[in-house]
Design a protein around this ligand. Structure first.
Ligand SMILES: *Cc1c(COP(=O)(O)O)cnc(C)c1O
Length: 494
């Protein structure tokens, strides 16, 4: 064996014959992280939810205590079963449910929603077997995990346009209910705009039509309950609404748990039972479980249990106060920038920023912000930007607004900025009828990323870095369309 075989240059190529020195490996991991987005400087939104350094250290300790435990067999690690039951019970109380309800923890919002769709599909198969092609009616703003679930479990997801306020349009949803409908969905709030759907009205509709209603509170489940303590009453979104039959809430978002923790709760154990898998014929023995995973890491369950207790209602309320104050400053600042607006009425720390002036192309603004180190989500329908605030962002609202003002000023003065950098590509995806082509490209990118031997995205050549490159003719069309839009806007005088 040569020295270099165990040196850094061989790492990640093949499993070394002799184990590599552990310090070398930890150094390598730290070096790799240096190239990531700088979330510790609060320049990233939504991917990391952090309460405080002290809380993070505490979470690591709780997580570490259950590093090896496995929730697969609840008879083996009874303590894990107890922790999960206690989390479900505490959350049932938080969401005004309680005794007689059934729920579980999952690995995240996506798994919670996959299980939701699976449960109601199975339930419909049992109770309404004549429904051959089940459908779920959702507002367009619903999380795309529902689309994924529809693909996985053969359920058609029927999207409904939102109202002017970006909230679910109850009448439009009612119009889409058919004999095949097995579930209605509302978000509290929705991921893109942070806008609360009218859950009480949806509950009425569901009760009237004899349909179940799932509330996706993955984002707001551990934020909305604190608003009342801060003098901001919000309409009920949970089991206080009689028509609500189930609810999902991510503890690893504003619950400040370790990643891998979401909660799924049903009013009726009979519906929960329809997500439970059981195989009594397997050679490996009778096997069952309530979630999609087999082996279930104990760490996230223990850390979620610990987080809810450690922060307590007061801890969450104080944190929400900081975030709402920051969101208020951001919203006020955005509204003061000519050409910008806030989409809808955001209720928590999630704010979507759009343009009132067609000359302000938000994807061009995003490119300029990105050049300054900000990692901001780009939304479509309409072209807009979105931030998800944590308490740490309170310190960067002013510099963010300053950069935003400057970027908008630049884009207004240089309308062609919308056709440079990555802006036209995003614009194309958002506006083109050729979505199938874009989708194929996206699938190709992910497949390539996971293919052995090919260069990773960072080593790829120029051309490969931009696989959805916009052809010049299309670019010309987009430019012309934008000019015409600006011309009309100028005529109208706005
Ligand atoms: C984040 C989110 C999800 C998906 O959760 P993951 O933990 O990312 O899988 C689903 N719904 C809403 C409203 C969300 O905000």
């Amino acid at each position: 064996m040569t020295d270099t075989e165990n040196g850094q240059e061989r790492l990640g190529v093949e499993i070394p014959r002799r184990g590599v020195d552990r310090q070398t490996l930890l150094d390598r991991l730290r070096a790799l992280q240096a190239g990531d987005v700088r979330w510790r400087e609060h320049k990233v939104f939504g991917l990391v939810y952090k309460h405080s350094d002290a809380h993070t250290e505490f979470l690591k300790e709780a997580h570490g205590l259950y590093f090896s435990e496995n929730g697969l067999n609840p008879m083996a690690f009874k303590s894990l079963q107890q922790l999960e039951r206690e989390v479900v019970r505490m959350c049932a109380a938080l969401f005004h449910g309680g005794d007689g309800m059934a729920g579980c923890m999952t690995s995240g919002g996506t798994e919670s929603l996959l299980l939701t769709v699976l449960a109601y599909r199975n339930h419909a198969r049992r109770t309404r077997p004549w429904v051959r092609r089940p459908e779920i009616v959702v507002p367009e703003s619903v999380h795309t995990a529902f689309i994924k679930a529809g693909e996985c479990f053969g359920v058609r997801i029927v999207k409904t346009p939102c109202g002017q306020d970006y909230a679910a349009d109850v009448r439009e949803m009612e119009r889409r209910i058919t004999a095949r409908t097995i579930l209605l969905v509302g978000s509290a709030p929705c991921y893109p705009y942070g806008v609360l759907d009218p859950i009480a009205e949806l509950g009425d509709l569901a009760a009237r039509r004899g349909l179940p209603l799932h509330v996706d509170a993955c984002l707001g489940g551990f934020f909305l309950p604190w608003l009342g303590d801060l003098g901001r009453e919000t309409p009920p979104f949970d089991f206080r609404v009689p028509g609500v039959t189930s609810l999902s809430a991510d503890i690893h978002k504003y619950g400040y748990a370790a990643k891998g923790a979401s909660l799924l709760l049903y009013r009726s154990p009979a519906v929960f039972a329809d997500q439970v898998f059981a195989d009594v014929d397997w050679c490996g023995g009778a096997y069952g479980g309530a979630t999609l995973a087999g082996t279930r890491p104990g760490g996230p369950i223990a850390a979620a249990w610990a987080a809810l207790h450690a922060l307590g209602r007061e801890g969450y309320v104080e944190n929400a106060r900081t975030i709402l104050e920051a969101a208020g400053r951001l919203i006020e600042g955005v509204r003061a920038v000519p050409g910008l607006c806030v989409l809808g009425n955001p209720v928590i720390g999630v704010v979507a920023v759009g343009a009132t002036d067609p000359a302000v192309r938000m994807y061009a603004v995003a490119d300029l912000l990105e050049a300054r180190g900000w990692h901001i989500n780009r939304l479509q329908k309409p072209e807009s930007l979105q931030v998800i605030l944590n308490a740490g962002h309170a310190a960067v609202i002013d510099p963010l607004l300053a950069d935003l003002r400057e970027a908008v000023g630049h884009v207004r003065a240089h309308p062609d900025a919308a056709f440079e950098g990555s802006a036209p590509m995003y614009g194309l995806i958002a506006n083109m009828p050729l979505r199938r082509v874009v989708r194929k490209n996206l699938v190709a990118i992910f497949t390539k990323m996971h293919t052995v031997g090919e260069p990773g995205p960072e080593e790829a050549g120029e051309e490969e870095q931009d696989p959805v490159a916009v052809p010049p003719a299309v670019l010309w069309l987009m430019r012309t369309r934008a000019r015409i839009a600006r011309l009309f806007a100028a005529r109208r005088g706005d």
